[in-house]
Design a protein around this ligand. Sequence first.
Ligand SMILES: *[C@@H]1O[C@H](CO)[C@@H](O)[C@H](O)[C@H]1NC(C)=O
Ligand SMILES: *[C@@H]1O[C@H](CO)[C@@H](O)[C@H](O)[C@H]1NC(C)=O
Ligand SMILES: *[C@@H]1O[C@H](CO)[C@@H](O)[C@H](O)[C@H]1NC(C)=O
Ligand SMILES: *[C@@H]1O[C@H](CO)[C@@H](O)[C@H](O)[C@H]1NC(C)=O
Length: 289
Amino acid sequence: MLRQIVTLAAWLSVAGAIPVWPEIAKRQGQPVYSSNGTLVNKPNVTEFTRPNPSYTTEQLTALKLALTAAERVALLASYGSPDDYFKFDLTPDGSQSNAANGLGGQGYLAHVGNYPVLINTGISVAIGYLNPCGLDSIHVHNRANEMVTLVSGQSLRAGFVLEDGYDQPIMVTLGLYQSTIRPQGSLHWEFNDNCVPAVFVASLSNEDPGVSRTAQNFFINPQEVVDANLAYPSWLDNVNTTDYRAQLPAAFAQGAKDCYARCGLTYETAQAGGYSQSPPPATNSTTSA
Ligand SMILES: *[C@@H]1O[C@H](CO)[C@@H](O)[C@H](O)[C@H]1NC(C)=O
Ligand SMILES: *[C@@H]1O[C@H](CO)[C@@H](O)[C@H](O)[C@H]1NC(C)=O
Ligand SMILES: *[C@@H]1O[C@H](CO)[C@@H](O)[C@H](O)[C@H]1NC(C)=O
Ligand SMILES: *[C@@H]1O[C@H](CO)[C@@H](O)[C@H](O)[C@H]1NC(C)=O
């Protein structure tokens, strides 16, 4: 044990010089973004990694029924390599985990539905790849507190509104390797107000965190309820809110137009399609990469 600690300390003291395994190093390249902010060189996941495994209904049922963690781990170990069943890949464009996709970037989530080793752990994790000026639009996690940590990029603006009784959001600007909290149930967003991409890690306190996009789930309601909720504003005169909802951008939307102008990027006015963003694919679906 002591020797292990000494070895670890030695490694840490030369951290900058630690060689990276070639097969891992191949995966470390930064995604490249075109001038309009679109991710153009999605890593070739076939080359860089293996797809996340899929599970049969029988396997999922057995995992769910396992009475002890040890039984569950033994089942998973019996399915194949630990590198498949105890490791999850959140590579951009990776398989089985795409949770959000828009002109503002992409989000990937490892949760109990696609990574059943999480059963009974109470945790899940996501990685958000935000394009320059990308916005993870206003949403709520129904069942999880969240910590958001910026791991690549320049900065990340983040805000949340806890509940009724506030007259402004609580906002921070994260620097690299800084983290902030999004309390369970709070309305929140993350905005990469920069001309370079940003990557953040979202740690979630529930294996099934859930997400509810605010605008999408507001405008899903009957027209007269939406109108009444907003006191029949004149800007909604002659607007069919069902049709309007169909114009909302996908979860990772383009952010403020100011940012696009400052960065010389094109803001696409037509970002329709966000309302139909489906949840992460079922665990037994074929790979989406
Ligand atoms: C952005 O640029 C890429 C590469 O040039 C192109 O394939 C894509 O269609 C463009 N996206 C939009 C929304 O114009
Ligand atoms: C991705 O990598 C695989 C395996 O190396 C290769 O067969 C395939 O042609 C690559 N695809 C592209 C689009 O480069
Ligand atoms: C996958 O799930 C579908 C329902 O979503 C089910 O019909 C099918 O039998 C499942 N396949 C396997 C291999 O478990
Ligand atoms: C709004 O448009 C949808 C079709 O897009 C239609 O089904 C619905 O009846 C319309 N609502 C109103 C209040 O006109």
